[in-house]
Design a protein around this ligand. Structure first.
Ligand code: C5P
Length: 234
């Protein structure tokens, strides 16, 4: 599987998202696009079909977490949107993740890639201990959640690039690491905590980097995207 840069298209309206994507119409490589809660709730499911018609690959990042039956049924609705990748929270347990796989699988046995959020890249180890009462080292928690996701039949996890090595060590090189928390060396960090540069994410073995504000808020988003590609894919 080739490495790729996924742009987090975090806008709250259809118009804003499409105007942003119009800037990339001259690019030979169509950017892989992440549609998260903000855009999905703001523009509705039709935005997925519309961006798909523009021939972008789509990661639908809705981070499902609920009882297994609800997640299974919701995944079978999302299945019809025909995205390339979607996700849930590993926190929901192995049973919930197995139900999600069932719901997402099409009658012909195929399905989009399914990855599990381990710990959000905005969560520090201190907060995890103090607020979530998880008294373990963060990489250990991520690795354990990745093991649960693999046991449930998922394709990979969402984690910080810093955790890609332990995930690949524990689950094998073919288990995907989709990694947000990416910042240029000379850029602002914002609310993210566990961050690295695209070049470092590549060295750490991430399969995909998910980049939002360093591209969407850049003066020249196309140049920022190209810089990510150059550093991460080469
Ligand atoms: O703007 P920024 O580069 O921080 O955007 C990162 C994107 O990745 C956001 O859309 C955020 O919701 C998402 N994400 C994350 N950490 C996770 C899972 C998803 O930052 N663990």
């Amino acid at each position: 599987m080739g490495k790729d840069v996924i742009i987090a298209c975090d806008f709250s309206s259809r118009e804003a998202a499409l105007t942003f994507l119009d800037r990339f119409s001259g690019e030979t490589r169509k950017p892989y696009v992440k549609i998260g809660m903000e855009l999905f709730y703001g523009a509705g499911p039709e935005i997925v079909r519309e961006i798909k018609r523009r021939e972008h690959k789509i990661f639908l990042d809705l981070k499902l977490c609920d009882i297994p039956n609800t997640v299974k049924k919701s995944m079978s609705v999302l299945r019809d949107l025909d995205v390339d990748m979607t996700n849930l929270h590993a926190f929901g347990t192995i049973e919930m993740m197995k139900a999600a796989v069932e719901g997402l699988t099409r009658p012909d046995g195929t399905r989009p890639l399914l990855v599990a959020v381990t710990q959000l890249t905005s969560t520090s180890e201190q907060r995890m201990r103090d607020e979530l009462l998880i008294d373990k080292a963060l990489p250990y928690v991520v690795m354990h959640y990745a093991g649960n996701a693999q046991a449930a039949g998922l394709d990979g996890v969402v984690c910080s690039p810093l955790e890609s090595p332990v995930v690949h060590e524990g689950c094998g090189a073919g288990f995907l690491t989709v990694t947000p928390g990416v910042r240029f060396a000379d850029g602002a960090v914002g609310d993210q905590v566990r961050v690295t540069t695209p070049a470092r994410a590549r060295a750490l073995g991430s399969d995909y980097i998910v980049v939002g504000r360093p591209i969407t808020a850049a003066d020249d988003p196309v140049a920022a995207y190209r810089r990510c590609l150059e550093e991460f894919v080469g």
